[in-house]
Every structure is written in C-alpha cells, then in structure tokens.
Design a binder for this molecule. Structure first.
Ligand SMILES: CC(C)=CCC/C(C)=C/CC/C(C)=C/CC/C(C)=C/[C@@H]1[C@@H](COP(=O)(O)OP(=O)(O)O)[C@]1(C)CC/C=C(\C)CC/C=C(\C)CCC=C(C)C
Length: 649
C-alpha cells in the first residue's frame, strides 16, 4: 500500500524537480506567473467540486493513506492542485520552448510583404500612398493570435450539457425526460464533464489553440499522470467507487473517467502582423546565417530570444548589404551610399520616426528582398525601446573599416582572386593601401566595433527585457540605462553612477572583451574565405615579409589527388595566435556573465561556448582551413552549449 504523500514524493515531485532543473536556466517571470495563475485557477475551480464529489463518496481514501483533510478534501489533494499545474506548465514550456512565436500564424506570402516598401517608392497618389503604408499599419495588418471562436466553445458547452444529463441520471432526478439506464454509474463521468468542459469552452472562446506543442505536452503530461493514477489506485492510495463509474477500465485499475483531467489556456491582444512575419523571416535568416547562434538561441527564454533574433537579422542583412554591393555601379547604390542609408535609418528609427518615413529611407536602396525589409522593420519596431543606438552606430564604424578593403563582393568571390591577381600585376598598384588592419590595435579596434558593440547591445537587451524596471516608461525600458550612451561616447563620469550602475558598466566592458574574442575566432576561421575577396584581417605586422602577406592573399592552390577533397591550407602561424589571444580574452571576461540577469546567463555562456567550438575545431586541424572554414559537428556545438547553459563547463 502507498500513502497519498508517498505518491507525491515518488511520482509527482521528482519529475517536477527533473523538469525544473532542465528548464531552470530559462525559467522567467512569465513562466512563474503562468504557474501561479494555473495553480490558483485549479485550486479555486476544483476545491468546491472535489468537496462535493468526496461528500458523495465518488472516490475515497483508505485509512492511513492521507495526512489530514480540509473539510472533505485531503491536504495531499490540495497539494496536487498545485503540483499538477506546475508539472503540466513545465512540460508545456519545455515542449514549446523552441517556438519563437508561441501560437499558430499563417506564413505571409512574399507578395503581400513586398507591397509595403515597393509602394513607398512608387506611390505619389493618395491611393498609392495608402498601399505604401507597411503591412503592419493596415487594419488587416493586425493579427489576432488567439482568435475568439464559437465552434469549439459550442462543442464544449454541448459536452457540459451531456455532463448535466449524466448527473441528472446518476442522482435519480426526474426533471428531464431522458433516461440512459446508467443510474449511479453515470455519476463520476457526469461530474468530470461538468467540471472540465465549461473551462474548455471558456478557454476556446478566449482563443486557446491546440497546436503541436499543446498536443505533445498534453499527451506526455497526461500519460504520466495516468500512470501515477494507476499506480496509486493499484496500491490503494485512493479508491474510486465501482458504483459511481461506468465500469470500463482503460487498463486494470484505471477507470476511463480518470482520463479526462488536465487543462490550460490564455488571452488575446491584436499583434502587428508585419512583426510576426518579420520574426519568422528573421529566424530563417539566423538559421541560414549562423550555426553557432542557431544552437545557442535555445539557451535563451522567448522574450530575450525575440530581441536577439531581431538584432541578429538586422546585423546579418546590413553586413551582407555592405559586403555584396558593388563599389561603383550602374545598377545599384555603391557601398558607401548603402552605409549612409543604414545610418539614416538607424538614427530615424531611434528618434521615433514613423514606419512610413523609415520605409521611405530604406526604399532608396533598390531591389531589397522581403527578408531585408522585414529585418529593418522588426529591428526598428523592437530594438529602440531596449537598447541605445550607440552600439549599432559602432557596428557601422566597423563596416566603414570593411569599405577600406579592395571591393570584391562576396558573390564574386569565385573570380575575386583573378581580379586581385590582375590588379597586383600592375606595378603602380599597392595592395597594402587596401588593407586597413595594420597592427594588433587596429584589429582589436575593428573587433570591438563589429562584435564588442553587439555584445554591449546584448547586455542592454538583457537588462531591458529581463530586469525589473526601476522607474520610467515601462514601454521604454532603455530609459533605465541613462548612462549607456555616455559609456559609448567615453564621456561617462563614474561619480554620477550608483553602485549597481557601476557593476553594469563593468559588465558591458567585459561583454565587449568577450565580443572581441568571438570576432578573433571568426577571423581565425575565415582567413582563406576573406582572402578570396581581398581581405586580410590578420594584422599586417604579423607577416614576416610582403611575400608572406601575398601568399595569403593569393595562395597557390594546393594540389589535390583525384577523388580526394582539396587539401586545406596551413594558416597556423596566423590563426593560432589569434585563438590564443581570444582564449585570454574569453577567460578574463566570462566571469562577468554572472552579473547579467539570471535567465540571460545560460544563453550568454552557451553563445560563447558554441562559438568557441569553432576555435577548438581549428586547433584540431592544426590551423588548416579552407574557404569554408572548418567543420564543427552540430552534436559538438549542442554539447558545448548545453554544458555551458547548465553551468557544467
Ligand atoms: C542566440 C542569438 C540569436 C544570438 C545572436 C547574437 C547576435 C545579435 C549576433 C550578431 C551577429 C552579426 C551578424 C554581427 C555583424 C558583425 C559580425 C559579422 C560579427 C561576428 C559574428 C558572427 O556572425 P556570423 O553570422 O558571421 O556567424 P558565423 O560565424 O557564420 O556563425 C561575430 C563573431 C560577432 C558575435 C559577437 C557576439 C554575438 C557578442 C557575444 C557576447 C556575449 C556572449 C556576451 C557575453 C557577456 C558577458 C558579460 C561577458
């Protein structure tokens, strides 16, 4: 025989602790709120019902199986009203964790997305101007993520009515002219239906949907609870009256009615469609753009991940716009002009310009794809509330350094070496004038501009999204970081800061060091790839001679045997010292991650660990890389990210 408390101790609390441990690094305020809400609802809704069922001996507890009661309901049952929602919320949070948008929305067709920006360019008449407004501005550009429905609520109300009929029958009432011949056996089923179906009706009316995550989590959670119920019934922790059930067991000891227990659901604001679709496209951009961050994103909770994905997509598309534009062209804007547009868009977005004005700025770049347009749109909608503009202006400064290299778009990398060879054959041409990274200081400054800046932005994002606001406009949490702009402009006076702000300033500085470290890893991996477009980020001072520098810019192709893959080139004298430097920076800065909000720590650690796997792979290859860099198996990245997330590395 098992007691009710033993059932909890053996079968309910351990899985909660296990799931809690798994989910702990990303368990945020919303999750806690969901749990409290679900526990409160379950307790309020179930306590009167349970008291009534027990008063009617629907089920009972053998002598010695419970510790005590409040009215008819055992203390352990009250505990169950708390444990079960926690268990199911954890199961659902884990199953749904990988979804950036936690509800079903249709994918926007490319056509409707193109309409907004394209029309801004073309339109001058009133009707064209109305089309020119980005999709999100239209009335139909709002999405009801939890649409109110009548079909499902009506169905559930029908089930409630069925419950009423069964209850009517089981209590021998003569009000309705219906008799099913079940008598008291209809009691348990009838009362369970009356208990559960109005809740389902209400939740489906509010828009609760049954997506993949809900089906999986409900199936897994319920299956486990059936098992616990069966074990408890077979071990007499509680018993269900044979007279008040239909008499069909799912398996020995578990009456069919017991399968109708768990539930969940929530409320529906209108959401900007452009934002939701933009997030989907941004996720695609991340998936295509970075294997490391695609893995690391799972180590962040949803709120922080949305901001990160938005920042990533913007960084990726702006970087690509600069890299792939021609220097001087008849067809498009030259690189410098594109950078000017990016800067104007940034400044306008951070000073609160309207979407139409932002689109007008952006539309001066011809031929933008929906991915690019929407990356700018979601960035401008989300990020100015969360971070100051300075990190992104610094990133633009980094792009400016890139513009000093000889311009060969990445898309022309295949012929880039030929172009460069032809240029270098000209005695008057000095390639070194097109290599802006001369010293290690230049390299660190560049790394700071392109990656230190992003690391700083990640800190601001974390504090804005995950910390309790200390005042100001709750819709603009960035206002809680009034010192940040001065920090970037080097005009910060430490005496004006509180102790907590001083810690944050130091955290940003360490984050920048970590960002620089990641950038050095990136450069170590991409030596061959960058050379294909005439870029060398390894400082010129690291090359023993001009010939050595030229051999990186124009490597003589290593001979490959038939049927064998092309051998990689040995860049160990250039990329291994970069990795040494990166390691030192990593270890001097990683400790500061502990000063980020708790649910950002695992993610920041996972991000660094996953990226540093690239460094380990380069080392395993002895510094040999090719234009594709090095291969890092997904399993290795996942393992490194998981160990870092749960604090095992
Ligand atoms: C999890 C998630 C979605 C993260 C996104 C992070 C993010 C916003 C990255 C921006 C990346 C980007 C495209 C920047 C433009 C400049 C650039 C190219 C920088 C290089 C990144 C590599 O990106 P890429 O797309 O090329 O990816 P692959 O190499 O192909 O995989 C950089 C190497 C910079 C990356 C630097 C950071 C993300 C900063 C790291 C900072 C921390 C982990 C904070 C640590 C905090 C403390 C307190 C120490």
């Amino acid at each position: 025989m098992l007691t009710y408390l033993q059932v909890h101790l053996l079968f309910v609390i351990p899985p909660i602790l296990g799931l809690g441990f798994l989910y702990w690094p990303v368990l945020g305020r919303r999750d806690v709120f969901k749990m409290i809400w679900a526990c409160a609802l379950a307790t309020i809704w179930t306590t009167p019902w349970d008291n009534f069922i027990l008063s009617q001996a629907g089920w009972s507890y053998p002598e010695g199986s419970i510790v005590g009661k409040i009215y008819y309901v055992p203390l352990e049952e009250h505990l169950f009203f708390i444990l079960q929602p926690i268990f199911l919320t954890l199961v659902h949070s884990i199953v749904a964790h990988s979804q950036l948008i936690p509800f079903r929305i249709p994918r926007l067709s490319d056509v409707s997305f193109r309409q907004g920006p394209a029309q801004v360019q073309a339109g001058s008449s009133t009707s064209e101007k109305s089309k020119a407004v980005p999709v999100s501005e239209h009335e139909h550009g709002k999405v009801q993520t939890l649409p109110r429905g009548v079909g499902m609520p009506a169905f559930w109300m029908g089930v409630t009515a069925l419950g009423g009929v069964l209850v009517h029958e089981s209590h021998g009432l003569e009000v309705l002219p219906i008799h099913l011949g079940l008598g008291k056996h209809a009691f348990y089923l009838g009362w369970i239906l009356i208990w559960i179906s109005p809740v389902c009706a209400f939740l489906t009316y509010l828009g609760a949907q049954f997506g993949r995550a809900e089906v999986i989590s409900l199936a897994a959670g319920t299956a486990w609870l059936w098992l616990v119920d069966t074990i408890a019934l077979r071990n007499e922790a509680w018993t269900i009256s044979k007279e008040t059930t239909l008499g069909f067991d799912v398996w020995r000891g578990l009456p069919i009615e017991s399968n109708l227990l768990p539930a969940s659901g929530f409320n529906p604001p209108l959401i900007d469609a452009g934002l939701l679709y933009g997030l989907q496209l941004a996720e695609d951009t991340l998936k295509k753009g970075s294997k490391s961050f695609e893995v690391a994103k799972l180590a962040f909770g949803r709120e922080m991940r949305i901001g990160l994905v938005a920042v990533y997509a913007w960084c990726r598309v702006t970087d690509d716009l600069i890299d792939n534009a021609p220097t001087i062209s008849d067809e498009g804007l030259e690189k410098g002009a594109i950078l000017d547009v990016i800067r104007s868009h940034l400044t306008a977005a951070f000073s609160g310009a309207e979407p139409v004005a932002l689109h007008r700025i952006l539309s001066t770049i011809p031929g933008l794809t929906p991915e690019v347009t929407s990356a700018f749109h979601i960035f401008a909608t989300l990020v100015p509330r969360l971070s100051p503009v300075e990190p992104f202006l610094e990133l633009c400064k980094g792009y400016e350094t890139d513009l000093k290299f000889l311009s060969i778009p990445e898309t022309e990398a295949a012929t880039g070496q030929e172009t460069l060879r032809a240029r270098m054959a000209d005695k008057a041409f000095n390639v070194e004038e097109h290599l802006p990274i001369r010293t290690n200081e230049d390299l660190l400054q560049y790394a700071d501009d392109v990656a230190g800046s992003i690391a700083a932005a990640i800190c601001y994002l974390a504090w804005s999204v995950l910390s309790y606001p200390s005042g100001g406009d709750a819709r603009r949490p960035v206002e809680n970081l009034p010192w940040a702009a001065d920090l970037h402009r080097n005009t910060l006076s430490p005496s004006s800061l509180s102790q907590a702000e001083k810690v944050r300033v130091e955290t940003v500085r360490s984050a920048r060091t970590m960002g620089r470290a990641l950038q050095l890893v990136n450069i170590a991996r991409d030596v061959a790839k960058d050379a294909m477009i005439a870029r060398v980020y390894v400082p010129r001072s690291s090359f023993a001679s001009t010939a050595a520098l030229h051999s990186v810019l124009l490597p003589s192709s290593p001979a490959s045997s038939p049927g064998e893959p092309k051998p990689k080139t040995d860049y160990s004298s250039y990329n291994l010292p970069l990795l040494e430097q990166a390691d030192e920076m990593r270890y001097s800065s990683a400790g500061a991650i502990a000063d980020l909000p708790p649910t950002a720590r695992g993610g920041a650690r996972a991000m660094a660990a996953s990226y540093f796997e690239i460094g380990s792979a380069i080392r395993r290859e002895g510094g040999k890389v090719d234009e594709r860099g090095v291969k890092v198996e997904k399993k290795k990245r996942l393992k490194a990210a998981a160990k870092a997330m749960w604090g095992f590395s």
